[in-house]
Design a binder for this molecule. Structure first.
Ligand code: SF4
Ligand code: SF4
Length: 288
């Protein structure tokens, strides 16, 4: 069974892609999963050549057939997301609020409600210079759902079994929402990337709590640590005292953003971050 390592951060823009792309460069024998469909950085850096394209069915909101509806009000009364309202005398579903739980469909005595499949994006299997990559693109307005993450991860596991590949490297979504929960679930090790700021430590605590609740081992990396060494030290102390492994610091390097703009992996393009990233990579791999 392949081992899964996931890289996440409490919020976007903390250097998660810098680290994930570097791991993709350094790691042998792996499948790369881009579970952060909202940000295209990883896609740009991996330069994938698409081999297969598939449609992704997102949430299926409820739809009410007004001809069949007898206006009994049961659905509106029971929908705990407040997604059903009466407009101009007709019962209608607000798709933005609908959670696709299908409760209304089951309670409707007139069989007036159906769940409508919605295509909300595409997912791909691609070849990259660094190995096979499974990734997704959401259509405008669609949300990165936990289902999408579960689906791309599941596909990566099937491929790893078929091809005898040892590792799965996942670039997770930022935050602590539904996609992140799906990203962490089933992981063997989670690398949390943070920055030496007050909000960085706050986000770290939330993400760490999430990992603990899923009983997944985690390690912490402070990116741009030298912008506030005292805060970086506080994060290291918090990590040691709270059952995570401190994996290391990465210094600030202006060239990282230039490299990303040039579509180059920062590890390859920026000498200053090479040794720290190698050390973080080696420590992370020891945890698998
Ligand atoms: S599917 Fe669930 S969330 Fe959506 S309208 Fe029906 S009861 Fe409400
Ligand atoms: S439960 Fe069915 S019949 Fe009753 S108001 Fe809702 S859609 Fe109409």
């Amino acid at each position: 069974m392949s081992k899964e390592i996931v890289i996440i951060s409490g919020k976007g823009g903390t250097g998660k892609t810098t680290l994930t792309s570097s791991f993709a460069y350094l790691m042998n024998d792996k499948i790369i999963v881009d579970a952060d469909a909202d940000a295209a950085d990883m896609y740009i850096l991996m330069n994938p050549k698409v081999k297969s394209k598939n449609l992704f069915k997102g949430n299926s909101p409820a739809k009410i057939d007004t001809d069949k509806c007898t206006k009994c009000d049961k659905c509106r009364e029971l929908c705990r997301f407040g997604a059903i309202s009466v407009i101009n005398g007709n019962y209608v579903v607000n798709e933005m609020k609908c959670d696709s739980c299908a409760l209304c469909k089951y309670v409707c005595p007139a069989d007036a409600i159906t769940m409508v499949d919605t295509i909300s994006g595409e997912w791909y299997e691609s070849d990259t210079p660094y190995g096979i990559m499974v990734h997704a693109k959401l259509y405008p307005g669609a949300e990165n759902s936990g289902n999408l993450v579960t689906m791309v991860k599941h596909r990566a596991h099937i491929l790893s079994e078929e091809k005898g590949i040892e590792h799965i490297l996942v670039d997770g979504s930022p935050g602590i929402g539904c996609p992140v929960i799906s990203t962490i679930s089933g992981a063997d090790f989670v690398v949390i990337v943070t920055e030496p700021t007050q909000s960085g430590i706050h986000d770290l605590k939330r993400v760490k709590k999430l990992c603990d609740s899923f009983k997944v081992k985690s390690g912490v990396v402070v990116n741009k640590y030298d912008l506030n060494k005292q805060m970086a030290h506080n994060i290291e102390k918090f990590t040691d005292e709270n059952g995570s492994m401190f994996l290391g610091n990465i210094p600030f390097d202006q060239n990282v953003s230039y490299a990303i703009v040039r579509k180059e992996i920062p590890y390859v393009a920026c000498d200053k971050i090479k040794a720290p990233i190698e050390s973080i990579f080696n420590k992370s791999m020891e945890q698998l």
